[in-house]
Design a protein. Structure first.
Length: 255
């Protein structure tokens, strides 16, 4: 039984065509939200929409490259035209390219920061303006345990770590600035989760073994195990939470 009720809520999930984003979209829809499935492939988004609709939910597929302001603005306009409001934004879209630091090119850095960090800023600003009108809203950012400081640093993904650390910092700053408007902002920091993003890691049994040896639960997480937290943070049950960065990592950071 679904405990959290998102009936009459409108939610946008970016990067929702596969992996964690798809899991978030499916669970929010199951809880009663009208869900906007957004990603760079409209065809893949439509497949997720069909799955939601087959389960009795409502959804809308919208193509969007979140690193481009015009596309973000167009996405938001499409949601307002369809449902008239936006209650929840799940900033989930992201990329992770494994590359040694001295092999990184400027274009690698720019692409990663444009999608993983600037994209979250653009979506939060555009959606936040709509939430401001209704004096309510929830933003959930997907960071990572590879966010430095309270998280961990990891080799070969320096640009990714920088972007995720930026997300954690942006979450805290936005939470303070938007609290007077009843807009809450929190972040989820997953550890190693079974998504296409870790396919290259799985190709190296030694690397996987090294990582799993550091995870007390001894396994890779499931997308749904992150989605459960996203659902909680999107619901009224988390009404006194803002500015939090919550880790879902099987105990990785504790070890």
């Amino acid at each position: 039984m679904i405990k959290y009720n998102l009936k009459d809520k409108v939610a946008i999930v970016t990067g929702a065509r596969q992996g964690m984003g798809k899991a978030h979209a499916l669970l929010l829809a199951e809880a009663g939200a009208k869900v906007v499935v957004s990603d760079i492939s409209l065809e893949d988004c439509q497949k997720v929409v069909e799955e939601i609709e087959n389960n009795g939910g409502e959804a809308l597929a919208l193509k969007c490259d979140i690193s481009k302001k015009k596309e973000v603005d167009k996405m938001v306009e499409g949601v307002i035209e369809k449902w008239g409001k936006i209650d929840i934004l799940v900033n989930n879209a992201g990329i992770c390219q494994f590359k040694p630091f001295f092999d990184l090119e400027e274009k690698d850095w720019d692409q990663t920061l444009d999608i993983n960090l600037k994209g979250y800023f653009l979506c939060s600003q555009a959606v936040g303006k709509e939430m401001l009108k209704q004096k309510s809203g929830v933003i959930v950012n997907v960071a990572s345990v590879a966010m430095g400081q309270q998280g961990i640093g990891m080799s070969n993904i320096v640009h990714y770590c920088a972007s995720k650390g930026g997300i954690a910092a942006m979450t805290e700053a936005l939470a303070v600035e938007l609290a007077p408007y009843n807009i809450r902002v929190n972040a989820v920091s997953p550890g190693m989760i079974e998504t296409p993003m870790i396919n290259s890691v799985k190709e190296s049994p030694e690397q996987m073994e090294t990582i799993l040896n550091r995870v007390p639960l001894g396994r890779v997480g499931k997308p749904e195990e992150v989605s459960n937290l996203v659902l909680f943070l999107s619901s009224d049950e988390s009404s006194y939470m803002t500015g939090s960065v919550v880790v879902v990592d099987g105990g990785w950071l504790a070890s």
